[in-house]
Design a protein around this ligand. Structure first.
Ligand code: ADP
Length: 514
């Protein structure tokens, strides 16, 4: 194979279009690839002007360029710097090309060798790449915007959370790390105790907790770190705090922080306690009232039937000489009525005392007179030959106190003295005013109070074991004690079973309100 043949094979099998033009721009040689690229037969291209491959509108300009190259030839790629060099096919369609020019001289004639590459595929890829890059760029821009936006939102919400935490009323919001050191602490309660949140950051939470709560809280915090939410109540600086402890998960899904919301619940708990007490009181009151009503109706039966039987007996005593019998029954009626009045009085007092409706009205009282009235009122309760003996200093009878309450105290103690002593026994009353204290002693030599019952004597409805056959409600002494306390005084007693009892009430002088 000679070198001419070799050259021809190489020339024709090149993957680029190759052509040679003379100085006038006439095509003297083209390869197979040129036919493939431009759609002309080889014979159609030979001896034609090179401009046949140039799009119609650029042909004129190309002639000038070509002339310029022939006069100043140097190898270079064509259209460098000018984007979009185009070739035109036989069918008029246009496609992007890359042209590289070389020149040579043969037999004194100057020729130009052009190398033409169809770059449509490359341009397509490049434009796709550009589009993809643009898209990426846009996406990137959008992402950056989003990040800026999110950061701003985050900062805003962080500020909001901080504001919320700072203004968290009656409490503190804390965040601790897994070593129980403060990361965050805010709340009005901190300000109340003059603690700045910055003073706490980095410090251990448990250092702030006083004994005996430290170990207990430590235990709760550890449980919360293991995922169990905790609630507990502690006392701190004389305040009650409810602690709600919740674990916060980190990015790996493991709890690495703790959120502790401390709430000052002192007022709330006090209120709850007060409500519970009020409820308990109300319940107790309801029970007491129903118990009292059933007891009172039972206690009413005996005096009422005594009144009834005495009244019908009186009817039968028609004769003049039966006056003593009539008298016996009228005094039975009187005593039964007194008894009923006593029960009713107790009921009214009990009701008023239970509902806190008893008001103390202090005035200048003649205590001797009050005692006499009381004695008169209970006189119908006196058994045969029972006597009430008074020991009193008539010159010292004026005392500032509540008259009605005082009378009630006396009525109760006197009626008990009469009720719980024998027919011919004496009830002694001693009134004494000394150094601003009114002291009342009521003694009897009656059945007395068994030692074992004495501790419970002032309890509501309590009655000693030795009085089961004597009428009573077990309320009188409880009422007397409460009345005495309202007057700022105290009550005590001494008693020996089957020998007698002495009650002593001491009342300080009250102040008359203007
Ligand atoms: P009541 O007399 O209606 O039973 P009180 O509350 O007045 O109720 O008295 C409570 C209890 O105290 C009586 O049931 C009785 O056992 C005892 N008690 C009170 N006063 C005397 C007294 N003077 N002598 C003996 N026991 C008394």
């Amino acid at each position: 194979m000679n070198s001419d043949n070799l050259f021809e094979i190489a020339f024709n099998s090149a993957s680029e279009g190759l052509l040679v033009v003379d100085k006038s721009g006439e095509i003297v040689l083209v390869n197979e690839r040129m036919s493939y690229l431009f759609g002309y037969e080889k014979s159609e291209m030979l001896n034609q002007r090179i401009e046949m491959f140039v799009p119609r509108k650029s042909r004129e300009k190309h002639v000038a360029l070509r002339d310029g190259f022939i006069h100043d030839p140097h190898s270079r790629p064509m259209g460098l710097g000018a984007a979009g060099l185009k070739g035109q096919r036989k069918d008029g369609s246009v496609f992007p090309v890359e042209v590289s020019l070389n020149h040579f001289t043969q037999n004194g004639e100057r020729y130009v060798l052009g190398l033409i590459t169809d770059i449509s595929e490359r341009e397509k890829i490049e434009s796709e790449l550009r589009a993809a890059q643009n898209k990426l760029f846009k996406l990137n821009e959008e992402l950056e915007m989003l990040v800026i936006q999110r950061t701003a939102e985050l900062e805003k919400s962080q500020q909001l959370y901080e504001m919320i935490a700072k203004n968290f009323p009656d409490g503190v919001i804390n965040v601790l790390d897994d070593k129980l050191n403060y990361i965050f602490a805010e709340g009005k309660e901190l300000a109340r105790f003059g603690i700045g949140s910055q003073d706490l950051i980095g410090n251990n939470y448990l250092e702030r907790i006083q004994d005996p709560y430290r170990s207990e809280i430590g235990h709760h915090l550890n449980l919360a770190l293991s995922g169990e939410n905790q609630t507990c109540i502690i006392t701190f600086n004389k305040n009650l705090y409810e602690l709600n402890i919740v674990g916060i998960e980190g990015v790996n899904g493991l709890i690495d922080r703790l959120l502790i919301v401390e709430n000052n619940v002192t007022k709330q708990k006090e209120l709850e306690l007060e409500q519970a007490r009020a409820l308990e009181r109300e319940k107790e009151l309801g029970q007491m009232k129903s118990r009292f009503v059933s007891m009172a109706s039972h206690e009413f039966r005996t005096p009422l039937s005594a009144i009834l039987s005495s009244a019908s007996l009186i009817e039968k005593y028609e004769e003049k000489d039966q006056q003593p019998n009539r008298q016996k029954h009228t005094s039975r009626i009187k005593s039964s009525v007194s008894n009923l009045t006593g029960i009713l009085n107790d009921f009214l007092s009990f009701d008023k005392l239970s509902s806190n409706l008893v008001e103390c009205e202090i005035s200048e009282v003649n205590v001797c007179n009050v005692l006499n009235y009381a004695i008169e009122e209970v006189s119908s309760l006196k058994k045969k030959s029972q006597e009430i003996v008074i020991e009193i200093d008539e010159s010292k009878c004026i005392f500032n106190t509540d008259e009605k309450i005082l009378k009630n105290i006396l009525l109760n103690l006197l009626s008990n003295g009469l009720k719980y002593s024998k027919e011919d026994g004496e009830v002694e009353v001693n009134l004494e005013i000394s150094e601003g204290i009114l002291s009342i002693k009521v003694s009897d030599s009656g059945i007395g109070i068994p030692k074992s019952d004495q501790v419970r004597l002032f309890e509501r409805f309590f009655r000693a074991e030795n009085v089961s056959n004597i009428q009573g409600t077990g309320l009188g002494l409880n009422i007397v004690k409460k009345y005495t306390e309202i007057l700022g005084g105290s009550i005590s007693f001494t008693s020996v079973e089957n020998e007698g009892t002495t009650f002593e009430v001491k009342i300080p002088e009250g102040e008359i309100s203007i």
